[in-house]
Design a protein around this ligand. Structure first.
Ligand SMILES: Cc1ncc(C[n+]2csc(CCOP(=O)(O)OP(=O)(O)O)c2C)c(N)n1
Length: 323
């Protein structure tokens, strides 16, 4: 890591948080409909992991706005997708849970809990079969580790020594259910231990996430098979926009926010990366501006034509789905 990358990651974290608050506001105004899962509090994980996984494919779940922007998708194209506009990443037909951009090797958004895992396995199998250098990263929540698809994916990935990085975002909740009620232990990496090497990291520390995921990426690319990383994190909002978050006490939330990833990294920018207050302010202003522009762009963009309903439903001859 260097100062330039540190500043870029801070930009993405601040951009991500401002983007999520703007999405929430626009949902309340009626500009966004359908599901909306916010990533506020988990920015260090989304930014650090995606920046560390420079090449190869990324498959994620539905809490993916910040990951998509960290992969290089334009904030305005992501916001327009949330608004259901034709200029959105998925032509306005996917919405918040379906950000999909093959040109950036970013495949999801998946609304099915753990549904991204078999897809990632298939992609890693193809990468290995074609003897390519890059691997695949699958990002999923702790809740996904209770499903059958998770264990099947671990099994196939380990058996065939696939270049697949399993990244579990452990925020201790699946909707409103605490992990203590659905699993016999808090560390979900224990489920992967019989299959592959496992690592744990503080998911509220962007530099730590970047370091662990970078090392795990090198490991999967070396041809020795999959690796499992578990990052402990905390989401500040309810599971989705329709969840009032009433199952967590004020004390629990205060404990979460005391580890705030943005405040923590801001301190490191000053003390370790020797950024000036002016440099930091410039980054924050640039992020705020990008979000304002994204909302304006989404508001002004047209809705898809009714005929678009019938496009991209089935594969059409000559359509380039893989580059
Ligand atoms: C197969 C399947 N079962 C149930 C659901 C309903 N559901 C949506 S999100 C969710 C919780 C998932 O929690 P977790 O994997 O920890 O991810 P997080 O929301 O914390 O990011 C559930 C059960 C679903 N979408 N798909």
């Amino acid at each position: 890591m260097n100062k330039l990358l540190a500043q870029e990651m801070y930009y993405l974290m601040v951009l991500g948080r401002a983007f999520e608050y703007a999405a929430k506001e626009n949902y309340m105004k009626g500009n966004i409909s359908g599901f909306l899962h916010l990533d506020i509090g988990q920015e260090a994980l989304s930014v650090g992991a995606v920046k560390a996984f420079e090449k190869g494919d990324i498959f994620s779940g539905y809490r993916e706005h910040i990951m998509a922007m960290s992969r290089g998708l334009e904030p305005k194209a992501v916001m327009a997708e949330l608004f259901g506009k034709v200029t959105g990443v998925s032509g306005g037909k996917g919405g918040s849970m379906h950000l999909f951009e093959p040109s950036h090797y970013f495949y999801g958004g998946d609304a099915i809990v753990g549904g991204q895992l078999p897809n990632a396995v298939g992609c890693a199998y193809a990468r290995a079969f074609l003897e390519q250098d890059e691997g695949v990263m699958a990002i999923f929540g702790d809740g996904a580790t209770n499903g059958g698809a998770f264990f099947e994916s671990l099994n196939i990935a380990a058996t065939h020594k696939l270049p697949l990085l399993f990244l579990c975002e452990n925020n201790e909740y699946a909707i409103g259910t605490n992990i203590g009620r659905t699993a016999p232990f808090k560390e979900q990496a224990k489920k992967a231990e019989p299959y592959m090497p496992t690592y744990e990291v503080d998911g509220m520390d962007v530099e730590a996430v970047y370091k662990v995921v970078s090392e795990a990426r090198k490991q999967i690319e070396s041809g020795h098979g999959p690796v499992f990383v578990e990052a402990f994190t905390c989401r500040y909002e309810g599971h989705s926009i329709s969840d009032a978050n009433s199952y967590r006490s004020a004390q629990e939330m205060a404990h979460c926010k005391a580890r705030d990833p943005i405040q923590r990294f801001k301190k490191a920018l000053h003390e370790k990366w020797l950024c000036t207050e002016q440099e930091i302010q410039n980054i924050e202003t640039k992020a705020q501006k990008a979000v304002e522009n994204a909302v304006k762009y989404a508001e002004e963009s047209p809705e898809p034509e009714a005929d678009a309903l019938f496009e991209h439903v089935f594969y059409e001859e000559g359509e380039n789905v893989v580059s």
